[in-house]
Design a protein around this ligand. Structure first.
Ligand code: UDP
Length: 370
């Protein structure tokens, strides 16, 4: 790249587990432009414990964040407000040319709001996704981040349609693909070398992998009780691996439900990226309420049941291997039995989920600001 006398500054803001996976390839893609662009990482600390944060920086080969705000915990309002206050100081000091926000967490919302109000351009990576369920905190974060962003990088065609329907100026919208899949493709050699199956005494395609963390599934005692019942019923059919998100673990403990989970369920702490993706790749079936896991299973061609009434990632169900069954756990158990019995979806990989999304994003930004 021709050397620009004036080095441009970009700050990417990450806060939670999925953000780290999304920004790792973006950081790598900017290395090519290091004569012209300085890429700074600010970690808000929304997810802070080692298993939800540090392990991802290590495994995804990311540098230590330039800023760590340590702002985990608190209500949505408290967390968003505290991030805004601290991030504003960084922006006033650094005066970056662009702020990048990935995904849909509170850090995404807080950082984009602060930057937009200081008239610093904002790029939203994973733009346009809509569940149309405003009870999901993530949906509010997505809609607002998109509304105030100057570059909207879209992962799937539904995002283009959603932004068009919302009247977003087309010149700001770029269909670039999926950075989650960039990470998956880049780290596949490491994922394939993981010994996690052996370590846990599992065989390929002989277990179900399950994760839950959405407030709508795990915050209410009765719903969590039903979830445990469903997991126990499935444990009669197949071994189940259940890496538990801290939120879910707290609630299982609070409602005294942990001890009622059957022995055939392997309960684990949250896993690192490499082991988790190895378990995903080799599972017979994944049952989840995660956003990113719907995409990873579609890319890997692994059957996935999403225990939610909607998805902001419809392509995974339209052409991928995602089964949108809803939250009626009877139906979930029946669908799982059918899939184990062989009733599977043969999926396709969505357009531009090719491992080169971050390169496309970095090139667009470079051409635009340098
Ligand atoms: N993940 C992981 N270890 C786990 C569970 C998940 O590494 O124990 C990874 C996985 O790649 C997933 C990502 O973390 O796609 C994001 O997970 P999460 O479900 O927390 O977030 P969401 O995508 O629902 O926002």
């Amino acid at each position: 790249m021709p050397k620009n006398l004036e080095l441009k500054k970009i700050i990417s803001v990450v806060g939670a587990r999925p953000n780290f996976i999304k920004i790792a390839p973006v950081h790598r893609a900017f290395e090519k432009y290091s004569d012209n662009i300085k890429h700074i990482i600010c970690h808000t600390g929304q997810h802070f414990d080692d298993k939800m944060s540090k392990v991802f920086f290590d495994e995804l080969q990311m540098p230590k964040p330039d800023y760590f705000l340590g702002l985990g915990g608190g209500s949505h309002a408290v967390q968003t407000a505290r991030i805004m206050v601290e991030f504003e100081k960084i922006l006033l000091d650094e005066k970056p040319d662009l702020v990048i926000v990935p995904g849909d967490v509170n850090s995404t919302l807080a950082a984009s709001l602060v930057a937009a109000k200081l008239h610093i351009p904002v790029a939203h990576v994973e733009s346009g996704l809509r569940s149309f369920d405003s009870k999901m905190p993530e949906e509010i974060n997505r809609v607002i981040a998109d509304e105030i962003s100057d570059y909207l990088f879209v992962t799937e065609k539904s995002g283009l349609l959603n932004l068009d329907n919302e009247g977003v100026d087309k010149s700001k919208v770029y269909f670039t693909g999926n950075v989650m899949i960039d990470s998956l493709i880049h780290f596949m050699p490491f994922i394939d070398k993981s010994t996690v199956l052996n370590d846990l005494g599992l065989e390929k395609e002989k277990y179900i992998l399950s994760t839950f963390h959405r407030p709508s599934n795990v915050d209410n005692e009765e719903e969590l009780q039903d979830l445990v019942k469903a997991i126990n019923e499935l444990a009669d059919l197949s071994k189940i691996v259940f890496p538990i998100h801290p939120r879910t673990k707290n609630n299982l403990e609070k409602f005294g439900l942990i001890s009622s989970i059957k022995e055939n369920v392997i309960i684990l702490e949250p896993l690192g990226y490499i082991d988790f993706l190895n378990l995903t790749k080799n599972a017979k079936l994944v049952i989840t309420d995660s956003g990113g896991i719907q995409e990873e299973t579609t890319f890997l061609g692994v059957q996935c049941i999403t225990v939610r009434d909607n998805t902001e990632r419809p392509i995974t169900s339209e052409i991928g291997t995602n089964h949108m069954i809803g939250t009626d756990l009877r139906k979930v158990v029946n669908a799982a039995k059918e899939i184990i019995g062989g009733k599977i979806k043969k999926g396709q990989i969505p357009e531009l989920w090719d491992g080169k999304t971050a390169d496309r994003i970095a090139e667009i930004i470079y051409k635009s600001i340098c």
